[in-house]
Design a protein around this ligand. Structure first.
Ligand SMILES: *Cc1c(COP(=O)(O)O)cnc(C)c1O
Length: 382
C-alpha cells in the first residue's frame, strides 16, 4: 500500500448550487450583508430549527461574541465552560472581562460533565456555555434545571450541532442563545461563517443592533424609523451576500449532506466499534436523549503513546486523521489563570482522541481503506 492512497481529513463540500447563487449576487450588484441570500438562509435556518430567530454572522466565534454582549457580561462575572473545546467558546466571554470556570468532560464522551457544574457556581456566576461535541447534545434538562435554580443564562456552542436534536428538539433552540459554525470543516459550510440563534424574544431587537455595529439600521431598512444612528455597543458581524449565497445552496442541500455523512458514520461504526472496544478503545457514545448528526467519527485510544502511534500509522497509509483540542485550562494563555483543579477527562481527550476523515464526498471504498488500516493497527500494535 504505502503512499498510493491519499485520504484528506476534510474536503469542503460543493452541493452544486453555490456558483449560480454567487453569480446572481454579483449580477444583482448586492454584495454587502442582509440582502436576499442572507434573508433566505436565515429563513431556512429558522424553518430547520422550528423556533427562535436566526442571524447570520461571519463565524461561530462572532456569534458567541455577540451572545456575550447580549448577556451583558461585566468584568468579574463568571461563566462556566468546558475545558475540552475550541478557544472561542471561552474567549468570547473573556473579551468582555469574564472569568472562566472550566468544567471537566464526562468519562463516557467529551461533553461537559453536568454533575460537576453546580459546585462551580458562586454569587458571581452568570451563565453556562455547553458545547455539543461532535453534534451530540449535552444533557440540557440537567443544565436548564441548574440554570433556572441559580438564575443563569445558557449559551449553546452549537458550532458542530446543526441538524441534531436533544429529546427531539433541535440543538440551538435549547439555550437562551446559541451559535452555529459554517466553517469549512463543519457539516454545512460557507468557508468562514456562522449564525447567532436567539430564543428569547426580548433579545431579538438588541441582537439586530449589536450585529449592525450598535446602530438601529435594521429597523430603518424595515421602515420602522426614519433615520438610523448609534444606539448601543456592537460590532460588524454581518457576512457578505457572497458568503450567504454559498451557504444558501448548502442549506438547501442539507438532507443530502446529512444522508451522506450519516452513511459514512454508520460504516465506520459497523466496522470499527467492536474491534476498537475489544482493545480498550472508546468509540462515540450517543446518549438516548441525543441524536447523531455525523459531524465526527472519533476514537479514544488508551494512551497518548498509542494515539500518536495510531496517527503515524494512518499517515504512513496515506490517511490524514487528527487529534482535537488542547484542554483550555492547560493552554499557554490560561494556565496561570486556572484555579488548579484537575480536569482529568478533558486531559484524556486531549491526549488520546483521534478524529477519522469524514466528509460528504468520502467514498465507501475510502472508508473501508481507513477501517482496514485502523483494524491492522488495533490487532498488530495494541
Ligand atoms: C468550529 C468551532 C468553533 C468556531 O467556529 P468558527 O465558525 O470557526 O468561529 C467554536 N466552537 C466549536 C465547538 C467549534 O467546533
Amino acid at each position: 500500500m504505502g503512499n498510493s492512497i491519499n485520504i484528506p481529513f476534510n474536503r469542503p463540500y460543493v452541493a452544486g448550487g453555490e456558483a449560480d447563487y454567487i453569480a446572481q449576487a454579483m449580477a444583482e450588484r448586492k454584495l454587502s450583508g442582509d440582502g436576499r441570500f442572507t434573508k433566505a438562509s436565515q429563513a431556512l435556518l429558522e424553518r430547520l430549527l422550528g423556533s427562535g430567530r436566526a442571524f447570520l454572522t461571519t463565524s461561530c466565534t462572532d456569534g458567541l461574541e455577540a451572545a456575550a454582549l447580549l448577556c451583558d457580561i461585566q468584568p468579574g462575572d463568571e461563566v462556566i465552560v468546558p475545558s475540552f473545546t475550541f478557544v472561542s467558546t471561552a474567549n468570547a466571554f473573556m473579551l468582555r472581562g469574564a472569568e472562566i470556570k472550566f468544567v471537566d468532560s464526562l468519562a463516557s464522551q467529551p461533553n461537559l460533565d453536568h454533575h460537576a457544574v453546580e459546585e462551580l457556581i458562586t454569587p458571581r456566576t452568570r451563565g453556562i456555555v455547553p458545547v455539543h461535541y461532535a453534534g451530540v447534545a449535552c444533557d440540557m434538562d440537567a443544565l436548564r434545571d441548574i440554570a433556572d435554580r441559580h438564575g443563569l443564562w445558557i449559551v449553546e456552542d452549537a458550532a458542530q450541532g446543526i441538524a441534531s436534536t436533544y429529546r427531539g428538539r433541535p440543538l440551538g433552540t435549547l439555550g437562551d442563545l446559541a451559535a452555529f459554525s459554517f466553517h469549512e470543516t463543519k457539516n454545512v459550510i460557507s468557508g468562514e461563517g456562522g449564525s447567532l440563534h436567539v430564543n428569547r424574544p426580548d433579545l431579538v431587537e438588541r441582537a439586530e443592533i449589536i450585529r449592525e455595529k450598535g446602530t438601529n439600521r435594521t429597523a430603518f431598512f424595515r421602515g420602522q424609523i426614519d433615520k438610523y444612528g448609534w444606539v448601543d455597543v456592537g460590532s460588524s458581524y454581518l457576512p457578505s451576500e457572497l458568503v450567504a449565497a454559498y451557504l444558501l445552496a448548502q442549506l438547501e442541500a442539507i438532507d443530502e449532506i446529512q444522508a451522506r455523512r450519516l452513511a459514512i458514520w454508520a460504516q465506520y461504526d459497523d466496522r470499527l466499534r467492536g474491534i476498537a472496544e475489544a482493545k480498550g478503545i472508546q468509540a462515540p457514545h450517543v446518549p438516548n436523549y441525543a441524536s447523531n448528526n455525523a459531524h465526527m467519527y472519533y476514537l479514544v485510544l488508551p494512551s497518548l503513546d498509542a494515539r500518536d502511534r495510531f496517527l503515524a500509522h494512518l499517515k504512513r497509509h496515506g490517511i490524514l486523521a487528527t487529534f482535537h483540542y488542547q484542554s483550555l485550562h492547560c493552554s499557554r494563555y490560561f494556565a496561570d489563570r486556572h484555579d488548579g483543579r484537575a480536569l482529568p477527562q478533558s486531559d484524556r481527550y486531549s491526549d488520546c482522541l483521534v478524529r477519522l476523515p469524514l466528509y460528504a464526498e468520502l467514498s465507501a471504498d475510502d472508508v473501508d481503506r481507513v477501517c482496514d488500516a485502523a483494524a491492522a493497527f488495533f490487532t498488530e500494535q495494541l
